[in-house]
Design a protein around this ligand. Structure first.
Ligand code: AMP
Ligand code: GLY
Length: 426
């Protein structure tokens, strides 16, 4: 069958890489893709946000299944539009994507279904005064979250009244996040260790992929600004068999059942961001798609045919009852442009990728790269993701960094401690 993958980052390169190994896949198109993806698929220059053109492309090119990478088209309703045109697509409907698209919806949903998460209150723009009154008597720390999609920038941890007041003003008074900040959630700060779980589901049946940990801050030891993610590794030992049981029972099953009972079954990949607290795992956030860079470590650890699983889900019946996971570790180090997540220069020549890929069990995923006059250059904040697989976490970390050392571009920045937090829990 022919597939269409939507998106252009490291996550989409990992999706295309895994789908290209499927026996049932004949050809993959990717919109818009990137130079790494172009080695495995035919890239078509349609933006991920241009739903009408994507739909036309799928209709004209005999696409048996479309796989959506980023959240924006999902929240905008691409799945509903494709299905209305008789096209098969992997991802949640517009209504189900609210789990990521609206933090207010997600928090109220968790409250309705007794799913463990931080206690919270929500305020709309019209309730600005109430929000300010709440701020006067609040106990700290607290977290303020813009309701809608804010490209990872809508969350502020507040330690003082002044910070809280400012965060409320930014959203509800100054409209810094436009409509995405027209409502806010203020929630308790949870102490603990973050991890993420990815569930592939048709709404009733589900399979769980290897638990992973992202590294969101720009500098080592989780210091500096928040980014899209500077590296990830799986299997994260912080989520052992025992925790996984609790997570399934108190979070995954109630989430899927809850969505069903509200008439909005969840189909696709459900990303559950967790805080492992002293009193068990609690939900930090839901995302309606695969994580980036977590996908670059969880898909290389999956033995099963991903295209088959996704097709079963798009058809509404997941036949797989369990994921077959490699009993190995995977580590992905993101190579970023110096200056990211703030401003950075693009157009830097990249070298050493093929040498890095000669390292054992190593794959280099492209995120922000482009071809300029036959030369591969940087074009984004996160440029490449170097992933290696190995039998122990320590050895896998070392192997990944050996591959990283072979790649160069001007102002390249990467963290040197990806995966290290996992060594403390083994
Ligand atoms: P979110 O977009 O909701 O995942 O938030 C971004 C990041 O902010 C998370 O990955 C956490 O590191 C942090 N965060 C969000 N909510 C909380 C919370 N209630 N307690 C502690 N940290 C949080
Ligand atoms: N790794 C964080 C995200 O995909 O949102």
């Amino acid at each position: 069958m022919n597939l269409l993958v939507i998106g252009s980052g490291g996550r989409e390169h990992a999706l295309v890489w895994k789908l290209a190994q499927s026996k049932i896949v004949k050809k993959i198109y990717c919109a818009p893709g990137n130079p790494g993806i172009a080695m495995l698929a035919e890239c078509v220059s349609i933006k991920a946000s241009d739903i009408p053109s994507l739909k036309n492309f799928a209709l004209k090119n005999n696409i048996a299944l479309t796989v959506v990478g980023p959240e924006q088209p999902l929240v905008a309703g691409i799945v509903d539009e494709f299905e209305a045109a008789g096209l098969k697509i992997f991802g949640p409907s517009k209504a189900a994507s609210q789990l990521e698209g609206s933090k207010v919806f997600a928090k109220q949903f968790m409250e309705r279904h007794n799913i463990p998460t931080a206690g919270s209150v929500a305020f709309t723009k019209a309730e600005y005064k109430e929000a300010k009154r709440f701020a006067r008597d609040a106990l700290f720390p607290l977290v303020v979250k813009a309701d809608g999609l804010a490209a990872g920038k809508g969350v502020t941890v507040c330690h003082t009244r002044l910070e809280l007041s400012k965060a409320i003003d930014e959203c509800l008074k100054h409209g810094v996040f436009a409509d995405a900040g027209a409502s806010i959630v203020i929630e308790e700060f949870m102490e603990g260790i973050e991890a993420s779980i990815f569930v592939l589901t048709d709404g009733d049946h589900y399979i769980i992929l290897s638990p992973a940990q992202d590294h969101k801050r720009i500098f080592d030891n989780d210091e500096g600004k928040n980014t899209g993610g500077m590296g990830a590794y799986a299997l994260a030992p912080i989520i052992g068999e025992h925790n996984l049981g609790q997570i399934e029972k108190s979070i995954i099953i109630p989430t899927l059942k809850g969505m069903n009972s509200e008439g909005i079954p969840y189909r696709g990949c459900l990303y559950v961001g967790l805080m492992m607290t002293k009193t068990g795992a609690k939900v930090v956030e839901y995302n309606c798609r695969f994580g980036d860079p977590e996908t670059q470590v969880i898909l290389p650890l999956l033995e099963d045919d991903l295209a088959k699983i996704m097709l079963e889900i798009a058809n509404g019946k997941l036949e797989h009852t369990k994921a077959t996971l490699k009993q190995q570790y995977a580590v992905c180090v993101v190579l970023a442009s110096g200056g990211y997540p703030d401003s950075y220069k693009a157009g830097k020549k990249i070298s050493g990728i093929s040498k890095a890929e000669q390292q054992p069990n190593t794959i280099v995923f492209h995120a922000g790269t482009t071809m300029e006059r036959n030369t591969l250059v940087t074009s984004g904040g996160r440029v490449l993701g170097v992933t290696s697989l190995g039998d122990t976490l320590k050895e896998t970390i070392e192997q990944t960094y050996q591959a990283v050392e072979m790649i160069q571009f001007d102002d390249m920045h990467f963290r040197r401690d990806i995966g290290r937090k996992g060594l403390f829990h083994i």
